[in-house]
Write a protein that binds this ligand. Structure first.
Ligand code: GLN
Length: 217
């Protein structure tokens, strides 16, 4: 199978590596530009987007990552990784010197961080997810774990919504003003989920990503 890099600056790197290996592909940690150059796809794990942002600059990875995304490297971001791929953050954090956090960008979406609110820090739900079942077989729901997750507030042209949650799943959050929020999106070679398939034993998202790397999806 293909070699898939896991961006190993911060976050749940091991869980993604295990998921990739369960799918029959090879997983390698990526911390340096030379390591990035060896992979045919990259996962940006869940964790803390402000930390991943800072460390990407300290490790000299920010420009190489942006160049790889622009050059068409398939990239999958889960949770904090989704935030890193987003062109815009509705509510970016600022550091002590007042600098807003930055993303790598590439995916024309606006995300809101920790969108499901403090009272619903984490939750699990069943999602209807488009495009996971082989042709001719019915889609079955995907059990999704959300941990201080972002949601997608805006999708640009050409961004496909693969899964959404109904507002009642986050009913305690007064900010909800429409019925559904996107939690999985794809635009060409870029895939992002608000939730963490890597922590549940669910492998269909990683299988989809590997098909994207192979050019079969
Ligand atoms: N809230 C985190 C952030 O803003 C994301 C949480 C996660 O990846 N589970 O980066």
């Amino acid at each position: 199978g293909p070699t898939v890099g896991i961006l190993a600056l911060q976050g749940d790197v091991r869980e993604h590596a295990k998921a990739i290996e369960d799918c029959g592909a090879r997983a390698v940690s990526v911390r340096r530009p030379s390591e990035l150059a060896t992979v045919s796809g990259l996962i940006i794990p869940g964790g803390e987007s402000t930390t991943i942002d800072k460390l990407s600059r300290i490790f000299g990875m920010r420009e190489p990552l942006q160049e790889a995304i622009a050059a068409g490297l398939p990239v999958y971001g889960s949770c904090a990784g989704m935030i890193m791929l987003a062109n815009d953050i509705a509510d970016p954090a600022t550091d002590l010197s007042g600098q807003p956090q930055q993303t790598l960008g590439g995916l024309d979406i606006t995300v809101r961080r920790n969108a499901f609110g403090r009272q619903v820090d984490s939750f699990e739900t069943e999602l209807d997810f488009q495009g996971l079942a082989p042709a001719g077989t019915p889609e079955t729901p995907l059990h999704a774990v959300f941990i201080r997750a972002p949601w997608v507030e805006r999708v640009g042209e050409g961004v496909q919504v693969l899964a959404a949650v109904k507002a009642p799943d986050a009913a305690q959050n007064a900010r909800i003003d429409s019925e559904v929020r996107a939690v999985a999106v794809r635009s060409q070679h870029l895939l992002a989920t608000s939730f963490h398939p890597e922590v549940t034993g669910e492998r269909r998202i990683h299988e989809l990503f590997i098909r994207m790397i192979r050019g079969d999806a």
